[in-house]
Write a protein that binds this ligand. Structure first.
Ligand SMILES: Cc1cc2nc3c(=O)[nH]c(=O)nc-3n(C[C@H](O)[C@H](O)[C@H](O)COP(=O)(O)OP(=O)(O)OC[C@H]3O[C@@H](n4cnc5c(N)ncnc54)[C@H](O)[C@@H]3O)c2cc1C
Length: 452
């Protein structure tokens, strides 16, 4: 890569990353007079007084929350819909592995919140949700509090660094800052892109979290894209995948064929590599499958439902009485068990079936959940009982950049005669250019569905 291009990347990355982390308080203006924010609020004051219309508050403007807000306005025009989101712009994790290696522009995967909210008549407020008081039916944000009739929680995931480091915040923060996972929408994606583009060669390590995790096939896609980038740019780098699982899943044969046939000299796959310890300062990882030093790493701590799901007291219990890490919802209707006015959707959803345990934590499912829950709430506002509706899932994973080729996986769901959700899965392991076209078509249609 030429020097000029590197500088351009730094500048572009920095400005988009600033947008993503930009805060409503207007702080951090580097000594210049701070621009006053549009609205100065505080948690103790009322953010929006509630009128007579039924109010639905949607927390989290990712794939699930955005879809819910738009379709609620269409299906329940009498409802007041408020979407609360901490980020000022939407950044898509799907397609981001291709963006990492410059196959797509930032503009394809970033979208504007305000414009779409104005077009569809819901209110978008950029704010951090601090608390949910379910007994008072009230949400508290940094800008003030607001009451709800129905609440939809779509907070995505959080990283469980405590599983690695206990209460040692210093080491957890250092790990996240130096070797970010880039699995949550924030400036970590830009830090990772920068690290890749500055990488001079050596050992690039990825730790994969145990299931349930956000988008299980996407770390393998990322490994392929990084290996392709090394190969394409003649960088003497090796990608080592330290997988918690005992094998590549889903689309295992397709990914393994890519590792062996396209990246034999670039990718080493290590199964059963349960992390024992990590030292981000010495760049050292110890696992059940062996120890490693690295030059750069993508350190993915285990995943759990986003903080907000914990603050709203939605987390279920395991058989031993410990927190399950995921929201305890009615599998068919997606509302919280014991609180029918609070719905949880997307990645934060917990156990739904004894056959397959969790829905795939994917954007496709979160988007479908948004449609489904908008329909459920609209039916209830109209005084009817909603009928069960289930999602499907579809994921395309690019494995080759030259020529561009992808593989894919599809899931379908039905309720059996015992009332249990059953899953069927179809893996397409044969990589092809047609699946790349389908992937971009899928992304375009989904962006249109949420932002059109
Ligand atoms: C690299 C990568 C590739 C992927 N590829 C695919 C793919 O090809 N196909 C696919 O289907 N899925 C893919 N996924 C998975 C997909 O991104 C997630 O499953 C999807 O984003 C889940 O949607 P969600 O609405 O549950 O959560 P999110 O989209 O994460 O949305 C949660 C939102 O809540 C906001 N939020 C959280 N807490 C608060 C708070 N306290 N206050 C205010 N706002 C808050 C967050 O800022 C965020 O915007 C991929 C993920 C990654 C990381």
């Amino acid at each position: 890569m030429s020097l000029d291009r590197r500088h351009f990347l730094t500048a572009a990355g920095a400005s988009a990353a600033t947008l993503l982390t930009g805060c409503a308080s207007g702080a951090g203006t580097g000594g210049k007079a701070a621009a006053l924010p549009f609205f100065i609020g505080q948690p103790a004051q009322t953010l929006l007084a509630k009128g007579k219309a039924p109010r639905v508050v949607v927390c989290g403007g990712g794939w699930g929350g955005l879809t819910t807000a738009k379709y609620l306005r269409q299906l329940a025009p009498s409802a007041e819909v408020v979407l609360l989101e901490r980020n000022p712009v939407f950044f898509s994790c799907p397609i981001s592995n291709k963006w990492l290696v410059d196959m797509v522009d930032t503009s394809f995967i970033t979208h504007d919140y305000l414009r779409v909210s104005e077009r569809h008549g819901y209110r978008f407020i950029q704010t951090e949700v601090l608390e949910v008081d379910r007994s008072a039916k009230r949400v508290v944000t940094t800008l003030g509090s607001l009451d709800y009739d129905y609440l939809v929680l779509a907070p995505g995931i959080r990283y469980n660094y405590e599983a690695w480091f206990g209460n040692d915040r210093r080491i957890a923060d250092a790990t996240r800052a130096r070797f970010p996972a880039a699995y949550i929408t924030n400036n970590e994606h830009f830090a990772l892109k920068q690290a890749l583009h500055n990488f001079k060669g050596g050992d690039w390590v990825m730790t994969l979290p145990p299931p349930p995790q956000r988008c299980p096939p996407s770390p393998y896609e990322r490994a392929c894209m990084v290996a392709w980038y090394f190969k394409h740019n003649k960088i003497k780098g090796k990608v080592t995948i330290l997988d918690h699982k005992d094998g590549v899943r889903p689309i295992g044969p397709g990914f393994r064929a890519a590792f062996n046939e396209l990246y034999k000299d670039y990718i080493t796959y290590v199964p059963n590599a349960h992390v024992q310890s990590i030292d981000p300062f010495k760049k050292e990882i110890k696992t059940d499958a062996g120890d490693m030093n690295f030059d750069h790493a993508v350190l993915m701590a285990p995943h759990q439902a986003g903080d907000l799901a914990w603050k709203a007291d939605t987390i279920g219990r395991t058989g031993e009485g410990k927190p399950s890490g995921w929201a305890d919802v009615d599998p068919l209707m997606l509302h919280l068990k014991g609180d029918p006015n609070v719905y949880v959707i997307g990645d934060a959803v917990g156990f739904v079936s004894p056959q397959f345990a969790f829905y795939p934590k994917s954007a496709h499912v979160a988007n479908k959940h948004g449609h489904i829950v908008a329909g459920y709430i609209a039916e209830r506002i109209a005084g009817r009982s909603p009928k069960t509706n289930l999602p499907d899932n579809l994921c395309y994973m690019m494995v080759n950049g030259d020529p561009r080729e992808a593989i894919s996986v599809q899931f379908d769901y039905k309720v059996n005669d015992k009332g249990v959700i059953e899953q069927t899965q179809i893996d397409i392991n044969q990589r092809s250019g047609d699946l790349v076209k389908e992937n971009f078509r899928w992304a375009g249609l989904k962006f249109e569905d949420m932002f059109g």
